[in-house]
Design a protein around this ligand. Structure first.
Ligand code: GBH
Length: 519
């Protein structure tokens, strides 16, 4: 199709014919060659994301307190795949100017990063502010702003101060107030120059992996109980921090603030089976609606389906109360509408079907409560991590699901998306992943009418990837962890992303692999 149009154009026989060809070309262009037929709006937010514990290092410098990741990984070195931790990481505490330089080189105008709670408040509580930590973030934010990059600041990206984890972390209702105290300190210190905040990153991953199992620190492993306590109090902490900002700081600081939620997409294992299609819906409600419904729905509170299910199961299991705590009317109201945008992290898609029990499921547990079996499509590429297969259309479907469920009241901002491989500089698979996922985002905007206003790539540079240590490489930039300077080197995907940000379009041919890849 394309080549025949080119022939006609070069023949320059008829202007109309060539116009027709252009129009035709635009309509047939798929997501694998040439320029994308759609472009990103001029005011579309392009950014890149990181998180404190994954990059800062300097775990015990200048008065910083320990986070639960520091403490736990020092005591349990076997917890991570390579027995390494975030003590040094990419050394961004000292090399933040290098980070700013590469963010700038990408051409993005937004940089999403997080504050380490214990770097600012060593004991977690606001009676003791660490001046050196406070100054570090102030300098970092100011330097970013100097070069026209807007910092997008996350308050909690999983590094709970150890002193507060010792009190039970998010399973303790008092954590809500401690978090609000911390938020107040941050708004006071930085609100004059920061106008884009997120409260909590991926409460689902944090609570499920950290409280309901042993996948993440704090590895409490109180499945089916602590994960819902964590969900409950983290949601309340978010809502209270939002209300604090809204009433006391927004009137003169004029910023926006929201939450970041994460979701896998689900495809029915057998698209012809209604029960498999239902399983997808059940999964999304239990793992994602649990957090989204209280904030973004019209009526608020937990999804009725989830409420009923947890109450019923808990009673059947002999619990005196539902394992899912209950919000008061006031709390329902505080949560409702407590986010100026829908921060969404998305990486991958699973095949789903119903199941009452699978090996490895505990009773009770979120998996057993959900009763949906997750499998991976054998044909979808798996470039690096076990959990991450590539299925770009899942992204568009998720954006539509969010839009249909929660309306168009608030814009969606994709706060993370990306993939991991083994760290090669010529990362053709990552180029292809970003091109294809971003193309799905364009389709969601232009053909489906989803209100997606921003996109942040995960992540700026190879970093400490939690349980995977340094074995999983998600960066647009490679980091030489053996070099004293932790040298950052752009991968092809960085150059490709820079091209997209600059042109506001995707050129699928820019960095095509010379050998055909499976992606
Ligand atoms: C995000 O989590 C995080 O926000 C970010 O900090 C992280 O580095 C990034 O994505 C990449 O993982 O099921 O046992 O294989 C995404 C959620 C959490 C999904 C860890 C995969 C692996 C645990 N990820 N999970 S396992």
């Amino acid at each position: 199709m394309r080549s025949s149009c080119k022939v006609a154009q070069s023949g320059a026989v008829l202007a109309t014919l060539s116009l027709l060809c252009l129009a035709h070309e635009a309509s047939v262009l798929d997501d694998s060659s040439g320029w994308s037929n759609y472009s990103f709006p001029d005011d579309f937010i392009f950014g890149v994301s990181t998180a404190a514990y994954q990059i800062e290092g300097a775990w015990n410098e200048d008065g910083k307190g320990e986070s639960m990741w520091d403490t736990y990984l020092h005591e349990h070195p076997d917890f991570t795949a390579d027995r390494l931790n975030g003590d040094v990481a990419t050394d961004s505490y000292h090399r933040y100017m290098d980070d700013i330089q590469i963010v700038k080189d990408l051409g993005v105008k937004y940089y999403r990063l997080s504050i380490s709670w214990p770097r600012l408040l060593p004991n977690g509580t606001d009676n003791n502010v660490n001046n050196a930590g406070a100054k570090y973030y102030r300098t970092l934010f100011e330097e970013l702003i100097k070069v026209n990059i807007t910092p997008v600041v996350t308050l909690f990206h999983w590094d709970m101060p150890t002193a507060l984890m010792d009190l039970g972390g998010w399973s303790n209702p008092l954590m809500v107030d401690y978090f609000v105290d911390y938020a107040r300190v941050a708004f006071k210190l930085y609100g004059d120059i920061i106008n884009f905040w997120t409260t909590v990153n991926e409460p689902h991953q944090h609570c499920y992996n950290g409280y309901g199992s042993t996948i993440f620190v704090p590895a409490i492993n109180s499945s089916g109980v602590a994960e819902y306590l964590c969900s409950h109090y983290i949601l309340l902490g978010h809502a209270k921090a939002y209300r604090l900002y809204d009433t006391e700081f927004r009137p003169y600081q004029k910023g926006k603030i929201g939450i970041t939620l994460d979701a896998f997409w689900g495809e029915p294992k057998d698209a012809n089976k209604q029960e498999d299609r239902d399983a997808v819906e059940t999964y999304l409600q239990m793992h994602f609606g649990l957090y989204a419904h209280p904030i973004f729905s019209m009526e608020g509170d937990y999804p009725p389906f989830v409420r009923e299910r947890l109450d019923t199961y808990s009673e059947y299991e002999g619990f005196a109360r539902s394992r899912l705590p209950t919000f008061t009317e006031e709390e329902v109201k505080a949560l409702l509408g407590s986010s100026d945008f829908f921060g969404l992290n998305h990486y991958t898609t699973y095949l789903m079907s119903p199941s009452t029990m699978e090996p490895g499921w505990k009773v009770p547990s979120l998996e057993h409560d959900t009763r949906v079996k997750l499998e991976q499509h054998p044909k979808w590429p798996k470039p690096g991590a076990d959990w991450l297969t590539v299925y770009p259309p899942g992204f568009r479907k998720l954006l539509n699901w969010v839009t249909n469920k929660y309306g168009r009241n608030v814009p969606i901002i994709v706060t993370e998306n990306g993939m991991c491989d083994h760290g090669q500089i010529d990362d053709y698979e990552r180029v292809s992943y970003y091109n294809k996922y971003l193309y799905q985002l364009l389709l969601a905007i232009h053909t489906d009418g989803c209100k997606v206003e921003g996109y942040f790539a995960w992540t700026l540079m190879d970093d400490f990837e939690w349980t995977d240590g340094y074995t999983a490489k998600f960066g647009l930039y490679s980091v030489d962890f053996n070099s004293p300077n932790k040298t950052r080197t752009p991968k092809l995907s960085a150059k490709n992303y820079r091209g997209i940000v600059k042109s506001r379009r995707i050129n699928f041919d820019s960095f095509k692999s010379p050998i055909s890849t499976y992606l």
